[in-house]
Design a protein around this ligand. Structure first.
Ligand code: VTB
Length: 314
């Protein structure tokens, strides 16, 4: 299924409005205020659409009583049956501190085409499109992955850059990469953007490795699909509660390694509007009574674009 332009445009409007709703909370040192504003705005506007939508990745589960919980129905009910993954404010720390990197993100597919991801960590691998699919794997050791990346790009190891979320849990990966003289690009948060750095040579990132949020992994996979990049993920179910939730969601093999095609089955729409500026898009700008937003929007085989919107500030 490919999506019609009007539908794509309505999703761009929604992440754009959610991003604008955070604007007044930027730098206020309150992650929750900005997150709530983005979530409420996204939910309100999704419910106005003529779609029969359901949240497959959201802000939590029904028993936690959030808005945009997994399983929540969205839209008027009159229209295409869609699965929707949302991260109304990806990078809450960035927004709270008014630092670069906050995004409002959404991915949409035909019903059944997007993986229902539990709220757990995921070990992730994203690799640029010029590396053969079999050259990298979550089950290879770090050294083998980077050596294969370097060989296929005809580069030396010291010309390779790997993006990693800066967390103590990644000390081992970082150490191994340094030892073999691979460059490491550390990010403090926002691994959707981090994974998307492999999409274009201008970012000078060859691959993204490490453990981050599972939902963010699925969202990144939707965009990486449009760029023909590789993505692989394995959920980490640590607690009994995590395992129980996974089973309830129909996951039987808790150790399964998911390739992009297992996560995003058909086509999907990915929209990410900048709240604050990042490598991919500008942040929200208020100028002469108008908000200006930029949204990265992709659809496999049909669209990769940055869309600018102007919305009167009322
Ligand atoms: C990432 C990143 C998010 O959380 O998934 C990360 O994309 C998960 O790791 O922006 P931690 O629990 O260690 O933070 C964020 O950084 C924040 O939600």
């Amino acid at each position: 299924m490919s999506f019609n332009k009007n539908l794509i445009n309505s999703f761009v409007n929604i992440t754009s409005k959610a991003a604008i709703s955070c604007f007044k909370y930027l730098g206020k040192n309150d992650k929750n205020l900005a997150d709530k504003a983005a979530t409420d705005e996204m939910r309100k506007n999704l419910n106005l659409l003529d779609i029969d939508g359901k949240v497959v990745i959201g802000e939590g589960e029904l028993d936690e009583a959030p808005m945009l919980y997994i399983g929540e129905k969205l839209g008027t009910g009159n229209g295409p049956r869609l699965d929707i993954a949302v991260d109304p404010l990806e990078g809450t720390n960035f927004a709270a501190k008014n630092l670069p990197g906050a995004l409002s993100v959404m991915a949409v597919s035909k019903k059944g085409d997007l993986f229902h991801a539990p709220e757990t960590y995921m070990n992730k691998l994203a690799v640029s499109a010029d590396v053969p699919f079999d050259a990298t794997d979550l089950d290879f050791d770090i050294e083998k992955n980077v050596k294969n990346i370097a060989d296929s790009k005809k580069k030396e190891l010291n010309q390779i850059t790997i993006c990693v979320l800066d967390r103590p849990r990644h000390a081992d990966i970082i150490e191994k990469l340094k030892k073999i003289h691979v460059n490491v690009k550390l990010i403090t948060d926002g691994d959707v953007s981090g994974a998307l750095l492999v999409t274009n040579k201008k970012y000078n990132v060859d691959a993204y490795f490490g453990i981050g949020g599972g939902p963010e992994g699925v969202l990144a996979a939707s965009a990486l699909d449009a760029y023909n990049c590789k993505f692989q993920g394995r959920f980490l179910f640590e607690t009994d509660e995590d395992k129980k939730r996974a089973k309830n969601m129909g996951i039987t093999d808790l150790n399964k390694k998911y390739d992009l095609k297992d996560i995003v089955k058909g086509d999907s729409i990915f929209c990410a509007t900048g709240i604050t500026k990042n490598e991919h898009v500008n942040g929200v700008i208020l100028n002469e009574g108008k908000f200006i937003t930029e949204t990265l929007v992709t659809c496999k085989n049909t669209l990769i674009n940055v869309v600018k919107k102007e919305v009167p500030a009322t």
